[in-house]
Design a protein around this ligand. Structure first.
Ligand SMILES: [Zn+2]
Length: 397
């Protein structure tokens, strides 16, 4: 049974036991041989751990052929993938249905809540609502009511709630700064929410949660180093190294937000010309208004750009080139294998990928290898699942 502050224990074990559970969650179904290779354990040691995890109903053995198996780390060559023709194969898979988790994403002045299983598969609809108030106590009451409603018929009841916020978390418990919610003082969000809904809570920065989701359950599984860029109300950047967000105390303050992307671009509130702020919704609305000679919202710009209206199309092309410049900066400095683009206005990137590509090519030495960029599908449901993924990782590790 959970208490209000500590999650129940699914299993006990050494650091390696936790790493095996993590690897099975990420790469499953996966053979014992490949697991042992990835974690660097002998077959014997690995077998003892998998037996313990099978006994604790954390993982299960399933018959598989090569086609059923999950993704493996980039460049990984499994020793057992080549022969043994005719022999039945078995693989390890996490028993996702044995636990449930809640994900809550606070974005702007709205929230999204979803319940998932231990493999981050949806168990409930995603509830999207505007915040009735940004007062922390009111936000907590609103979240707790939705959590109670969504998880009422879910068995087993949630082990942990993960909350992600566009802000600066401290110690997985408190939010010390959340500009979109106008929280300047420390808000003990985890303590407040776990008191209200009687389930343990962890809090995270929204980008870190998204990065973790991609590493564990999404497009980044098995990629040794990848970057995530988000555009929308703000500009976000995060880097994943060997499946973990690169840790840095100031990373959630929007460090890349004023990087130069266009020396002919508009001036930001801090006085820079053509910094990455010109990729934000507010700046695009302002720039589109200037082009049209009347007040236009970001939504007007988006609608007109999708419809191919000349001025909107032109600003979308410029925006894609500026985004390409930012991607090239990330590629050249952080040296990732992949760059993922997400965020509520990431659909703009799909309007002219050629323009993104030409900006990257202009800033990347011709002999340097091409770095892939991928525009991920955006929805707030996805960000709520990412908050739940962060709870799953906390729970398993
Ligand atoms: Zn700036």
């Amino acid at each position: 049974m959970s208490t209000a502050s500590t999650p129940d224990h699914w299993f006990e074990g050494s650091e390696f036991t936790h790493r095996v559970a993590q690897a099975v969650a990420q790469y499953g179904p996966i053979s014992r041989t490949a697991l042992a290779q990835i974690i660097g354990l002998s077959q014997g040691a690995l077998s003892r751990i998998t037996s313990d995890l099978i006994y604790a109903k954390v993982i299960e053995e399933v018959p598989t052929d090569h086609d059923d198996e999950g993704p493996l780390p980039l460049g990984f060559i499994a020793k057992d993938r080549t022969n043994r023709r005719g022999r039945p194969r078995t693989s390890m898979r996490l028993r996702g249905q044995q636990r449930s988790f809640v994900g809550v994403n606070l974005h702007g002045t709205a929230l999204s809540v979803i319940v998932v299983d231990a493999l981050c598969r949806e168990l409930s609809e995603c509830r999207n609502e505007s915040l009735a108030s940004t007062d922390p106590a009111a936000v907590v009451r609103q979240i707790a009511a939705i959590v109670e409603e969504l998880s009422a018929n879910i068995k087993p009841s949630p082990s942990l709630v993960g909350v992600s916020v566009g802000g600066h978390p401290f110690d997985d418990r408190d939010i010390t700064y959340a500009p979109f919610l106008h929280w300047d003082d420390t808000v003990p969000l985890a303590a407040m929410l776990q008191k209200a809904c009687a389930i343990p809570v962890v809090v995270a920065n929204d980008l870190d949660a998204l990065l973790l989701f991609e590493s564990w359950f999404g497009a980044g599984v098995g990629i040794p180093r990848f970057a995530l860029l988000t555009i929308g109300a703000g500009v976000g950047y995060a880097l994943s190294e060997q499946g973990e967000p690169v840790d840095y105390p100031d990373k959630s303050y929007g460090l890349i937000g004023h990087a130069l992307v266009d020396n002919h671009g508009p001036r930001c509130f801090a006085g820079h010309v053509g910094c990455a702020q010109c990729l934000t919704n507010a700046s695009l609305a302002e720039e589109y208004s200037a082009a049209m000679g009347k007040a236009m919202s970001f939504e007007d710009f988006a609608t007109d750009a999708r419809a191919g209206k000349a001025q909107a199309q032109s600003l979308a092309d410029t925006t894609c080139f500026r985004l390409g410049t930012l991607i090239a900066t990330v590629e050249n400095f952080a040296m990732p294998q992949q760059v993922f683009i997400n965020g509520e206005s990431s659909f703009l990137a799909r309007l002219n990928t050629e323009s993104i590509r030409s900006a990257i090519n202009s800033l990347r030495p011709s002999r340097a290898s091409k770095v892939d960029f991928t525009i991920l599908d955006f929805s707030w449901d996805y960000w709520a699942k990412a908050a739940a993924a962060n709870a799953i990782a906390h729970y398993l590790l």
